[in-house]
Design a protein around this ligand. Sequence first.
Ligand code: ADP
Length: 232
Amino acid sequence: MIKIEKLSKHFGKLQALKNIDLSLMPGQCISLIGPNGSGKTTLIKSILGMVVPSSGSIYFEDKNINREWAYRSDIGYMPQKGEYPENMSIGQVLDMMIDIRKTPSHLLDNELYEKFELESMLDKRMRTLSGGTRQKVSACLAFMFNPKVLILDEPTAGLDPVATEILKEKIIQEKEKNKLILITSHVLSDLDDLVSQIIYMQDGQLRFHKSLAELKADTGTDKLSRAIAHVM
Ligand code: ADP
């Protein structure tokens, strides 16, 4: 579904991504982990078209999307800290996004909107929201337009246990609909029991991309995967 070839990104002298090759299939739920500064955000922002790669290619369903913006509407994104017009209310932000996407209301997925009970908070201005409520708005927007791919950046940070469980159930449902889900975190997170694959990044490089079964079966030649398997 998403194929990345020899992707590199330089910020001045710093090389944040070093020759990344990666192939992601529908129906996979993948955890992208690695220490802070390892290049996770730069990688997902490249996929989202928010960072222009220095070299390499990104394909979405076999189409090169390096310069093709249209396909990004098939990718739902839940940022770590959503930035919104702070004077707008939740209702106005949701309406604005629906207007921009021109999605007919019968095609919207309102499940998170309902389960997070956002209806009772529609008049609240963005600047007054707690971190958790802001995360709920971001999650609702990521899933609302029925994207084929979901990229969730530290999605449970700031969410209470009930909301985390609601989000988790939603991720499982979407995975069963054959969507591709990529979840980033700097540590192994409370969503790891639903991921099927782990990608580990370090210093701008992809250190490994393995299924959980492979990781668990690892006999110990790879110190890094042993360490991660141990944490799990
Ligand atoms: P992670 O998400 O794993 O914490 P990032 O992709 O945010 O890592 O960052 C990778 C490296 O690129 C870091 O050294 C970071 O300081 C640098 N970096 C990221 N974005 C920028 C930017 N816009 N300008 C300059 N350096 C950046």
